[in-house]
Write a protein that binds this ligand. Structure first.
Ligand SMILES: [Zn+2]
Ligand SMILES: [Zn+2]
Length: 121
């Protein structure tokens, strides 16, 4: 297999170094902290990067090196809810059940414009 195209990060400061050359003997110098990093990438994730993992334009706007937050992993649905910022009448929403049923659930609304709203039932 080839590691070419994978991103390498500085092990000291986390700075993005560059794409892997695929040569495990290469040494990549960090331009931020000067650390020398071996050109070895973690052998993960690659097989998971199906196109369907990035279905929306919203996600494609995110940095490719940014991992998805927990919020992004939740299943979102669209509901009729007025965005307080741009006036759209459809927003994504996610419901989170709190620890006990007595406390009800929290609904997180998210608009494509970036506006977010939280509502406690
Ligand atoms: Zn560094
Ligand atoms: Zn909006």
């Amino acid at each position: 297999m080839s590691a070419i195209g994978s991103l390498i990060f500085c092990t000291d400061c986390g700075n993005l170094l560059r794409e892997s050359t695929g040569d495990e003997n290469a040494i990549l110098h960090c331009t931020v902290c000067g650390a020398r990093n071996k050109d070895i990438i973690p052998q993960t994730i690659v097989s998971e990067s199906k196109p369907s993992a990035f279905p929306s334009a919203l996600r494609s706007k995110r940095s490719a090196v940014q991992t998805l937050s927990a919020e992004d992993r939740k299943t979102e649905a669209v509901t009729n809810h007025l965005c307080g910022k741009c006036g759209r009448t459809e927003m994504f929403f996610t419901t989170v059940q709190l620890r006990s049923a007595d406390e009800g659930s929290t609904v997180f609304y998210r608009c494509v414009c970036g506006y977010k709203e939280t509502s406690n039932n």
